[in-house]
Design a protein around this ligand. Sequence first.
Ligand SMILES: Nc1ncnc2c1ncn2[C@@H]1O[C@H](COP(=O)(O)OP(=O)(O)OP(=O)(O)O)[C@@H](O)[C@H]1O
Ligand SMILES: *[C@@H]1O[C@H](CO)[C@@H](O)[C@H](O)[C@H]1NC(C)=O
Length: 311
Amino acid sequence: MSLVAIGACYVDTILTTPHYPGEDEKLRASSISRRRGGNCPNTLEVLQQLTADLSLDLVAILPAKSSSASRQIQSAFEPHISLAHCIYREELSEPASSYIIKSQSSGSRTIVNYNELPEMTVAEFTNIADYLDPKTSWFHFEGRIPDVTLSCICYLRRQYPSVKISVELEKPGRPGLQELAEEADVVFYSKSWAQGNGYQTAEECIQKQSVIARKASLLCCTWGQNGAVALETKSKSMIHSPAYSAVDFKVVDTIGAGDTFIAGMLYAWLCQGDKWNLSQKLGFANRIAGMKVSQEGFAGLKRALESFNSQ
Ligand SMILES: Nc1ncnc2c1ncn2[C@@H]1O[C@H](COP(=O)(O)OP(=O)(O)OP(=O)(O)O)[C@@H](O)[C@H]1O
Ligand SMILES: *[C@@H]1O[C@H](CO)[C@@H](O)[C@H](O)[C@H]1NC(C)=O
């Protein structure tokens, strides 16, 4: 089985500061680090640790193939994650960039983005989709450029009706994301999207969205330290699962917690299927996301699977 994830790939520069700076404040960071970011790349990085049964493909816009950013991304991903269908903007050399301030006192992260790379067009995507068919069975979209993404999804529905589609709705106040949910088989809502749309709780978001996202078989909404809620429409069962916490649990790094949750859930949904019930799937996704929150980066998250299986 194969999964293609379509979304932005960022190079993150992370400044760790003792507290979050106020406007106009002068503050000394205690460390600086660089790493690759972006929702889909994060999700793929976690997924490839969990299973060798999924062939994984990233579709992202990158600068020139020979640029140092593109070469670094290639060496980090290949051969486990294929970049064969990435789109290279040969005239540009800067990757999409994210500058992150991470406050040690709260564990929060504040992100400023910069991106000069022209976005993927529908024609670029349909070329890729035609090439990938019929190998690809699952397309996961980061809900970024809603109108383009919607056209891509509609193209897949028309041309390749057996393909399954998931979307992540993360950024609040981006019009058009709702329409993506209405077309998808699996929808991941973030707390910030839910709150931005007037929902007070994850349950409320899922309940009301289940009336709107009529084609979906699975809806999930994450809620930070309150865990997540999932609804399987086939059995009409809605389940809440608390966030994972171990005895010595400490928040270290929340960047990509939602992306890790998605990786955990996609793994459970695609690779465990009926072997795990919904509460096990959700429990696993929370566990791996919680383990991510308690460490830097995404390395070694396979242990979530080992500890889950032995509980
Ligand atoms: N403080 C925490 N303690 C334990 N688990 C957490 C905590 N914060 C997040 N998580 C886990 O991560 C999941 C996703 O968190 P959250 O809703 O904050 O994602 P997000 O803000 O979309 O993350 P990102 O955008 O950085 O990927 C939660 O459902 C939960 O399982
Ligand atoms: C899911 O499976 C677990 C483990 O077998 C079981 O304890 C739990 O009761 C089941 N939950 C539901 C909702 O069926």
